[in-house]
Design a protein around this ligand. Sequence first.
Ligand code: CP
Length: 305
Amino acid sequence: MIKGRHLIEVNDFTLDEIEDLLNFADRIIQNQAKYSELCKGNLIATLFYEPSTRTKFSFESAALRLGAQVIGFADAMTSSVSKGESLIDTIQTMACYVDLIVIRHPKEGAPRLASKYSQVPIINGGDGGHHHPTQTLTDLLTIRSLKGTLSNLTIGLCGDLKFGRTTHSLTKTLLRYPNVNFIFISPQELKIPEYIKDEIGKERYLETDSLDNSIGDLDILYMTRVQKERFFSEEEYLRLKGYYILDQRKMKMARKDMIVMHPLPRVNEIATEVDTDERAVYFKQARYGMYVRMSLIAKMLGKGE
Ligand code: CP
């Protein structure tokens, strides 16, 4: 039961709980109208201390599609944060008003801190370069729906694997499924952190800086953008942002059944000419994100089937 619990990182949930969430998301996809009033009378808050399109609006549309209502901010400086109010005081106040809080914050660990002071469930909508658990749930639902399994897969994660929190969360979660192997494709400067590699174990991953040499081996290519907001130097960002550009030429080297995922936003790492390739599923992925968040909200409020 995930009712009343917090979601700070995906590993807060067991595999059975994750499967239960994905199964309910499937039922919502099959009959959305059935659940349109499931959370009527509930109020959720979206507190975004950092910009967002998908996470914020997919949570808000998910809540509205379940009949719940939503309040919150997209710019903390429109709240009393601008007067110096602490995160802890903001959370303790908002928990007086709503049934569930979604928070995105640039500081790693902020949602965990918030959860210690909240009387209502906290969902981490992304904290710095740390975790993004609902993106991972989105990715799992996408992979399971389009590949039919979460096991026996080779996934290539490409781009900024140092700062990209989505790749950290996804890797740590897929590691829990049998026979999932990883190819980490990044420039030397943006390699996946050592602590994640230590958790995986050497026999399950390869590292390379060549997308051309590895794309043909993949069931899933998970592209990421270089995280401009986490660089200290503009010059370094500009040097690395064009390192990988997935285009039609590279797609010709991929398997016919490989899928291309991306958490979005995209900057220039996937050429728009790839969008019409049926293997490009990143906008479908964004839609799965709304369904899995519907499932999550309902279950955290104790209303899911
Ligand atoms: N994937 C993702 O987190 O997108 P946003 O930053 O737009 O929420």
